[in-house]
Design a protein around this ligand. Structure first.
Ligand SMILES: [Zn+2]
Ligand SMILES: [Zn+2]
Length: 244
């Protein structure tokens, strides 16, 4: 069993600490065959990639492909869910730049409509201190994630459930239908073992992502892999595990 593909890494273009080349070098050192550079989408107010850099990163990756032919380098984005209607910040004018679309819910993403969509942020914030609004928080999170999956072409849903409560079964069913993979994230606690177990009752596919924000964490899969093994997930269902 081998894990040679990391689809989830960040660089200085969002909130990562290393350059694109640093991540690539780290990946080669670890024996990876594929790495995706997946910085946060431009809709994040704090650390989203600047719109002006979106094409720049495409060019930089294309140049680095020549320099490092031994590894496949993909340009991805970790898009943000901006509203209850499932809008994400993969804008039409940039769509063609990306090789892969990752998407997740993050605090601090720019709500599409402040009062309607801002409620999700507020509830997820309050959830940290009180469970009083749990039902509504869960409903809004689940609705927005399911609509994002249904209305967009999302390859990987990152860390489902990490930023607020969700109905993971509903999400897994929506993801299964659209062929969206659910990520077992190595840096955040989600999917949790319990969530994996629930998702295992559907035919959804899984992927393990390092979510590395430092080059040294690129290709870090151990924690997530352990969780998958603990709950008896058929490892063939994790797309970035190969049998060689
Ligand atoms: Zn994320
Ligand atoms: Zn990430």
């Amino acid at each position: 069993m081998k894990m040679t593909k990391d689809f989830h890494t960040h660089t200085i273009y969002s909130d990562g600490k290393g350059t694109i080349e640093d991540n690539i070098k780290a990946a080669i050192k670890k024996g990876l065959k594929t790495i995706a550079i997946s910085d946060h989408g431009p809709g994040h107010l704090g650390f989203g990639i600047k719109k002006k850099n979106i094409q720049l990163v495409r060019n930089e990756i294309d140049e680095l492909k020549y320099k490092y032919p031994e590894i496949e380098i993909l340009y991805a984005i970790e898009a943000n869910i901006l509203g209850l209607d499932g809008t994400i910040d993969v804008y039409d004018e940039y769509k063609d730049y990306y090789d892969l679309i990752l998407c997740g819910y993050h605090f601090g993403s720019n709500p599409k409509k402040l009062f309607r969509d801002g409620e999700i942020h507020l509830l997820n914030f309050l959830y940290k201190f009180t469970k009083a609004f749990e039902k509504r928080t869960k409903l809004l999170n689940t609705e927005s994630v399911c609509r994002a999956i249904e209305n967009n072409k999302i390859d990987i849903l990152t860390h489902p459930g990490a930023k607020g409560p969700v109905d993971i079964l509903r999400i897994a069913k929506a993801a299964e239908k659209k062929g969206t993979l659910l990520e077992i994230n190595n840096s955040h606690g989600h999917l949790t073992e319990d969530e994996i177990k629930i998702c295992m009752t559907t035919d959804v596919g899984f992927v393990i992502g390092s979510d590395a924000h430092r080059p040294k964490n690129v290709g870090g899969f151990e924690i997530a892999l352990k969780k998958a093994k603990n709950v008896g997930l058929d490892l063939k269902r994790i797309v970035n595990i190969s049998e060689e």
